[in-house]
Design a binder for this molecule. Structure first.
Ligand code: PFF
Length: 467
């Protein structure tokens, strides 16, 4: 038997932890930029439809698989399929993918730590200078910060589900919400902020293209931490007394609201800085926006609130992003740990140490992919461009395999577990699910429309990146 498995203390414990996973860089940075470039409220509407009709059913399926099996993704696919090898192998994708994405997330979160340290030392001006970012990401001192961050993360994970993951989310998620609202309120008082609101909220359906629609779905899917085995694993820590549909609804609502509010913060800030901003010029990458562009905006606030005031605003913002990244990072790193505990009967402590060693093995070269070592910076070449080791992991796991895992979850739930099995699990803790409109929609869509849409995203991503 496996060592006693962890469990969240309550429904709210699960909701906060899952929202902690969902709310991350995607919400705070990628979403606002995407929305503003792709038709504002028009994009929001499409995004909301995708969350409700595509992502929410997949969330239910993942959480139900976890709770039914009380296992990590490999164990969940294995147990529910009656031990079929090919399904266990499919589950392995949902262990390897979060592992590799944890590598990327670790690298970026370390940069956030460096930025916070730099800001605390009065270095806002330096961060706003072109080229500083490239210096920071190529400095060997990153390894010291990485050690610090990852030691903290693994100590949290060693604390277990309730004492580590849930406790962190209980502190950080409300803090994050309060900080976000306070920062947004401040930014909205700046001159010129209303131009940003208009840009964000006035719908422009003319900007919607097929690529936009594809982007909206990928963003929604990624933002809710789907296709990562995370909700399967968190579902395995979820009590049988509580309702999966209502908890998942809360998580989706929180995640989407925070993304929406982040737009109300970032776009008005950008427009207050330069009222003539053309959002087409905003960096397409979240990384470029957050680390190179936003420091300039914060620095420009010194005209209104002085250098110290501008530094405080910048620290508050980067703290916010750091908290969001930290709870997401903890959630992804937990997946292989759960796998080691369940499948290899390791104690949590040993599983945490093993995962720490493996993660370090990949995070070191990924950190060196930004100019520290040429062989890693120009690691590969495809799609007509040079790609670093980091880019390769990003394209392969983040962009490509993520929708594929979502696709396999749908097929597995609909055709191997069968809708009757899934329904029986979703009714536990929620009598109202039986016979509901939601159940009828799930029965119709989970084996048809939803996997078809996810497969289309997978194909279009592959064509776009590799050819
Ligand atoms: N959902 C997070 C975000 O929107 O930034 C990112 C994320 C976290 C993706 C954890 C995947 C994951 F496993």
């Amino acid at each position: 038997m496996a060592t006693a498995r962890g469990q969240f203390s309550s429904k709210i414990g699960f909701i906060l932890a899952a929202a902690g996973s969902a709310v991350g860089l995607g919400n705070l940075v990628a979403f606002p930029v995407m929305a503003s470039k792709n038709g504002g409220a028009a994009f929001l509407i499409i995004y909301l439809l995708f969350v409700a009709f595509i992502c929410y059913p997949v969330m239910l399926a993942e959480i139900a698989m976890g709770r039914r099996s009380k296992r990590n993704p490999v164990g969940a696919f294995g147990m529910i399929s009656g031990g079929q090898r090919r399904w266990r192998l499919t589950g392995l994708l949902a262990i390897i993918t979060p592992f590799m994405i944890a590598v990327l997330y670790s690298v970026i979160t370390v940069w956030l730590v460096v930025y916070l340290k730099e800001l605390a030392g009065g270095g806002l001006e330096r961060l706003a200078v072109e080229g500083t970012f490239n210096e920071i990401v190529a400095a060997p001192s990153l390894f010291g910060y990485a050690l610090l961050l990852l030691t903290g993360v693994f100590l949290i994970l060693a604390g277990g589900v309730k004492g580590g993951i849930e406790r962190l989310a209980r502190v950080l998620m409300p803090t994050l919400a309060v900080m976000l609202v306070a920062l947004t309120a401040f930014v909205l008082t700046l001159d010129g902020a209303t131009a940003g609101i208009a840009y964000y909220l006035v719908p422009d359906f003319g900007k919607m293209t097929l690529a936009t629609v594809n982007g909206a779905l990928s963003q929604a899917f990624f933002s809710l931490s789907l296709g990562m085995g995370i909700l399967i694993t968190y579902g395995s820590y979820f009590s049988r007394q509580d309702s999966i549909p209502s908890s998942a609804r809360m998580v989706a609502l929180m995640d989407t609201s925070i993304a929406f509010f982040a737009g109300l913060l970032i776009l008005p800030a950008i427009f207050a800085f330069d009222p003539n901003t053309n959002t087409d010029d905003l960096s397409t990458s979240s990384v470029g926006l957050i680390f190179s562009f936003l420091p300039k905006i914060f620095l420009s606030m010194q005209a209104t609130v002085g250098y110290l005031g501008a530094t405080v605003v910048a620290i508050a913002f980067f703290m916010l992003v750091f908290f969001a990244a930290l709870t997401s990072l903890v959630s992804i790193i937990e997946i292989p740990i759960a796998y080691f505990i369940d499948e290899f009967k390791l104690s949590r402590k040993r599983a945490v140490c093993l995962q720490a060693a493996l993660l370090a093995l990949f995070t070191i070269p990924a950190t060196m992919s930004f100019g520290m070592a040429d062989a890693l910076t120009q690691f590969s070449h495809y799609g007509g461009v040079d790609k670093s080791f980091f880019d390769l992991i990003y394209d392969l796991f983040y962009e490509t395999i993520l929708p594929l895992v979502g696709f396999t979850v749908c097929l597995f739930a609909a055709y191997r577990w069968k809708m009757s099995g899934l329904s029986a699990e979703l009714v536990i803790g929620d009598d109202r699910y039986q016979g509901s409109l939601l159940q009828r929609y799930m029965n119709f869509a989970l084996g048809t429309v939803i996997p078809a849409v996810l497969f289309a995203v997978f194909v279009s991503t592959v064509l776009h990146i590799y050819f």
